[in-house]
Design a binder for this molecule. Structure first.
Ligand code: NAD
Length: 327
């Protein structure tokens, strides 16, 4: 959850043909997140209604902010609006950050999280990242009740998922898999390359792709021949935070391209893939904005109601289930 997606509900741009007369003319199918997100929200809304009818309270998402800045507040408001749409309660918990007293600030933050852990109505907790200077990320993460860690940042959830058990995964990594699966594109047996090895996007996305039976290569800033790896991939997931890192010339014709990147270039939001050159070569591609962002937010709501259901059902249901990923 180190960086969160800026959801942009504006319509995705249509793929455009390259300017060059010699360039290929085929264009990729556009993998838009919004239609899938709408379907997920409809299911979540029905589940929330059933939950309230059964348990008599509204499951709530708490967003904890310590030393906030304006752009992240815009994003957080979008999450809270999403909660409202599906009947989930949204609670913004603002913790005072004092630069001159980081110890006191950390104490207030941890106490705030502990209070949310103990609050039955709060089914999920998100702590806005990055944390301000002087506050230990590890301590904060480990303070969140793993059962309420709906964005999958707690080591327990990370370990459970890696071991093939049920656990929460970061919503962005989940969105990577869902956009491919929900678009009806095959993953099993495919060669996938992920660019980026962060614990919140690249690595969990790699784990999920392996679970879906892809053969996965994780590339990063020290990868010697990035273009060579990308060229061999049927599925390319780019989560590097580097605008235009992947171009059409690097892609295998027909590749499926998932662009996780969110960069602001010249006042516009752009991904990590050079869309103009990639769209004519790929068979399917996510636009930025309009690709993963809306889906990520919808999946967060799905994780929330799932967490609420599991908490309401008691400890027995939180026992992990082996999924047989080693076969
Ligand atoms: P990060 O900075 O933590 O990690 C970036 C990764 O990219 C690192 O592993 C690094 O090794 C790799 N990398 C950087 N430059 C590279 C290069 N030139 N070649 C190969 N690898 C390179 O970032 P993150 O938190 O994983 O986020 C990645 C991108 O995804 C960012 O643009 C971020 O804004 C975006 N993001 C999007 C969503 C969403 O919902 N769409 C959510 C979270 C993050």
């Amino acid at each position: 959850m180190s960086e969160v997606a800026a959801t942009d509900p504006s319509p995705a741009p249509a793929p455009t043909a390259p300017a060059s007369a010699t360039a290929p003319t085929a264009t990729a199918r556009l993998l838009e997140g919004a239609p899938i997100a709408r379907e997920i929200r409809a299911v979540v809304a029905a589940d929330v209604q059933a939950f309230v009818a059964t348990h008599g309270f509204v499951p709530t998402l708490a967003i904890v902010v310590c030393g906030s800045d304006a752009p992240s507040m815009v994003y957080l408001r979008q999450i809270l609006n999403g909660c409202e749409k599906v009947g989930i309660g949204g609670r913004l918990v603002e913790v005072l950050y004092d630069e001159a007293d980081t110890g006191g600030s950390a104490g207030r933050l941890l106490e705030g999280i502990q209070a949310l852990n103990a609050d039955r109505q709060v089914a999920g907790i998100i702590v806005q990242m990055p944390l301000p200077r002087g506050i230990s990320l590890r301590t904060v993460i480990e303070t969140i009740d793993p059962a309420k860690d709906i964005d999958g940042i707690h080591p327990l959830n990370n370990g459970l998922v890696r071991l093939g058990y049920e656990g929460f995964v970061p919503a962005t990594a989940h969105a990577v898999i869902e956009i491919i699966k929900q678009s009806g594109l095959p993953i099993a047996g495919k060669d996938a390359v992920i660019i980026g090895r962060s614990p919140v996007v690249g690595l969990p996305a790699a784990t999920l792709l392996v679970k879906e039976h892809a053969t996965v290569t994780v590339c990063h800033s020290r990868t010697a021949d990035l273009a060579g790896h990308v060229r061999r991939a049927d599925i390319v997931v780019v989560a590097a935070g580097q605008p235009g890192l992947v171009t059409g010339a690097m892609l295998k014709p027909g590749a499926v391209v998932v662009d996780v990147g969110i960069n602001v270039v010249g006042g516009r939001i752009t991904g990590d893939v050079d869309f103009e050159s990639a769209a004519p070569v790929a068979s399917a591609i996510t636009p930025v904005p309009g690709g993963l962002g809306p889906l990520t937010n919808a999946l967060l709501l799905a994780h929330l109601i799932h967490a609420a259901q599991r908490q309401a059902a008691g400890p027995a249901t939180t026992t992990a289930v082996i999924r047989g990923v080693n076969s």
